[in-house]
Design a protein around this ligand. Sequence first.
Ligand code: AMP
Length: 568
Amino acid sequence: MSGTDAHTLAPSYVCGVSDTPLIGDTIGRTLDRTVARFADRPALISRMHGVEWTWRELAARVDALAAGFLALGLRQGDRIGVWSLNRPEWTLTQFAAARAGLILVTVNPAYRRSELEFALNKVACKALVTATAFKTSDYIGMLTDLAPELMRDAPGALKAAKLPHLRWVIQIGGATVPGAISFDAVSARAGEAERAKLAELNATLQFDEPINIQFTSGTTGSPKGVTLTHHNILNNGYFTGRAMRLTERDKICIAPPLYHCFGMVMGNLAALSLGAAMVYPGEGFDPLLTLETVAREKCTALYGVPTMFIAELDHPDFANFDLSSLRTGIMAGAPCPIEVMRRVIERMNMREVTICYGMTETSPVSFQSAVDDSVERRVSTVGRIHPHVEVKIVDDQGRIVPRGTAGELCTRGYSVMRGYWDEPEKTRDVLVDGWMKTGDLATIDDAGYCNIVGRIKDMVIRGGENLYPREIEEFLYKHPKVQDVQVFGVADDRYGEELCAWVRLREGETATDEDIRAFCRGQIAHQKIPRYIEFVEEFPMTVTGKIQKFLMREDVEHRLGLKAQKTA
Ligand code: AMP
């Protein structure tokens, strides 16, 4: 064996060393420390909602809300859902739930009736904090469709046939429906007893207790509740923020949604643990509002999935904004195009921008580029291993492959979830000896830099949002004319990927793509409705009967001339 061979045979295993220990504490007590250190520094700014709170003001509201939750009868370990776009109330709910020891269930605001019903029932949510409406999303309308009892039952005494565990609906803004209580009224319910109870909880809650459930479909169809502790997400937010050298002098413009770990962990908890300010440009993503917000608030960091940065850079008014306050930020969630990274560094002044790689099940971040990595490394890799985290790359037998060889990325350490809520078997499938099998294909080079080269699972990432073909297939199977259906991703120059469905109709039936789309509308989130719907007689299959989605993808991309961008 030559010297070079021996060198390249170093195993693909990396372990993050750091002089900085993990935070061994709860989210609530970490908030106390931040308030003690930075009481009068800005904590949360959301102009659209008229909010500009210091850490002292934010903490006072969080405490009042947490005591209010206790007054409603919510108890440690109870699940409380939040179903809203980015608003200050979302963050108050996140921090107050953690303070009171409640498990926050983050519900995707794009969910529609059947998805909401599934999520709330799966984890037995006792309370739901919900927005009233935003643009075309009528949250209260959908909720009362699902639970008409909300128009009749008294607040706190809801007994809905389809949502049997839900007692409290806490409504943000709007005219409160009879069975709901307004968000603002919750704090007023608390008395001395609840405040004393809260102080006691603050002293006794343990950082290994679950505090958050986030829904993901992972490697298989139906959404699973990723169960995460204080320790998981607080530390991940902290080390992600530290990698950008965030301090109390930084202001993070958080454009990604709060319901996802990008917003709530890498945004909110990085801010909470380091004293930086959270700045929300708007409820849903809007490139113009984001640019305006960065310029007006003089943000120093900006977060987004690649498509958000593309929309900002390509905005016709881009040149009108002074972005000179920006220094750093994060691009993550999907493969990050090299060209876009270069433009972000040069045109948005984000010279210390980082790329993060991770998944919800690992809190999420496990790789991140460093602010002083070379530009070349920063645009073409997802950086190096995070502090206190281990990663190995394995072949299909579970054996570690040599550096530079592609294999499945597996993660171990403080950041790995407790498991999927009430799904021990599905948890065992992905969590082996403490290692989380990510389903992503990656390589690690000799210097420890990681490249994500593909996905074992057939998940589709459209504009940074994960879409799971099997979940959509399962829904389409319900169409009476559909015999069989396969959903897969095809390249798209704007969103990275788009969904395509191949449908086999039942014998003698006819349908148009519009019929199929109409069946989906209002039932599943609009992003899950396939952009391309084609009718076929058969699917390409192997001799052993395995459907070959990659052939379908090639066929569609070739016929329609579809291409994605070059990525890191
Ligand atoms: P989620 O659980 O929603 O955070 O999605 C996790 C998945 O997104 C990962 O398993 C990857 O497939 C993908 N992903 C996240 N970050 C990156 C990145 N920087 N580059 C490539 N893929 C990524």
